[in-house]
Write a protein that binds this ligand. Structure first.
Ligand code: NAP
Length: 227
């Protein structure tokens, strides 16, 4: 039975990825900051042992190694999905929120990849999926602001590219993903996709993962995005 480890699985895109993969027969390790409050996630548990909920705080850079101690066996998809949007602008950019965003959005996915690379390499699919954002594209930045979010997702993109080289020999495929503008707590009500639509598209893309896709930055619709 294929196994995915998904961070930020208690709401938004992570919750929907968990729901759709469970529906497809997968086993899921759902890594969340506050398991006690993860009501919607717990409601997905059919009691057949396919959903395991683990505590994971991306702001703690020792959390990935600690999680590895509790997760045995191959991981087909390591999905670094958890992320935060610190809303800043010119004049408020250099702040603690900037540093925390770098930890959560960039360093934490790297720590996860470092902790789980061998378990991903031991799986059938061998995919590391990084939930980035088009807002991390420097070429696509035509409106400014959002220093912490843009810089941390640009850093995540750079990390994903390095991982694609460093893990290539293990057969791992690193996908750097933009889900589209999705109606979640982060995306807000103006987004043009539902979580269901975005996750269906992302899972279709991941199902096609192959070495030619390694280290590329993809919109959920399959288009390559500019760096
Ligand atoms: N929605 C969009 O339009 C959009 C577009 C581009 C990229 N993305 C990316 O997609 C990912 C998921 O976002 P979403 O739209 O689903 O937003 P969301 O509903 O706000 O979900 C964010 C998730 O990240 C988790 N998280 C935040 N900080 C964390 C931490 N320190 N440790 C562990 N988990 C943490 C949250 O957990 P808590 O409940 O504990 O806070 C929550 O599960 C993010 O990486 C985001 O940048 C979203």
């Amino acid at each position: 039975m294929p196994h995915a480890l998904i961070t930020g699985a208690n709401r938004g895109l992570g919750l929907e990825h968990t729901r759709q993969l469970l529906e497809r027969g997968w086993r899921i390790t759902a890594a969340v900051r506050n398991p006690a409050g993860a009501t919607e996630l717990k409601a997905l548990d059919a009691g057949d042992g396919r959903l395991r909920i683990e505590t994971y705080d991306a702001a703690d850079l020792t959390a990935a190694a600690a999680l590895k101690q509790r997760v045995a066996g191959p991981v087909d998809i390591l999905f670094a999905n958890a992320g935060m949007m610190h809303r800043d602008g010119f004049g408020t950019g250099a702040s603690e929120g900037f540093i925390t965003s770098m930890r959560v959005n960039a360093a934490a996915p790297l720590a996860l990849a470092e902790a789980f690379a061998d378990q991903v390499a031991a799986s059938q699919m061998k995919v590391i999926a990084l939930q980035s954002s088009r807002m991390g594209s420097i070429a696509d930045n035509d409106s400014g602001g959002m220093y912490a979010y843009r810089a941390s997702k640009a850093a995540l993109n750079a990390i994903g590219k390095s991982l694609s080289h460093d893990l290539k020999a293990k057969g791992v495929v690193v996908l750097i993903l933009h889900p589209g503008w999705v109606r979640t707590r982060m995306g807000g009500p103006g987004g043009n996709l539902t979580v269901t639509e975005a996750v269906e598209a992302q899972l279709d893309l991941i199902a096609r993962a192959n070495p030619a896709m390694n280290g590329r930055f993809f919109h959920a619709n399959g288009q390559d995005l500019p760096w």
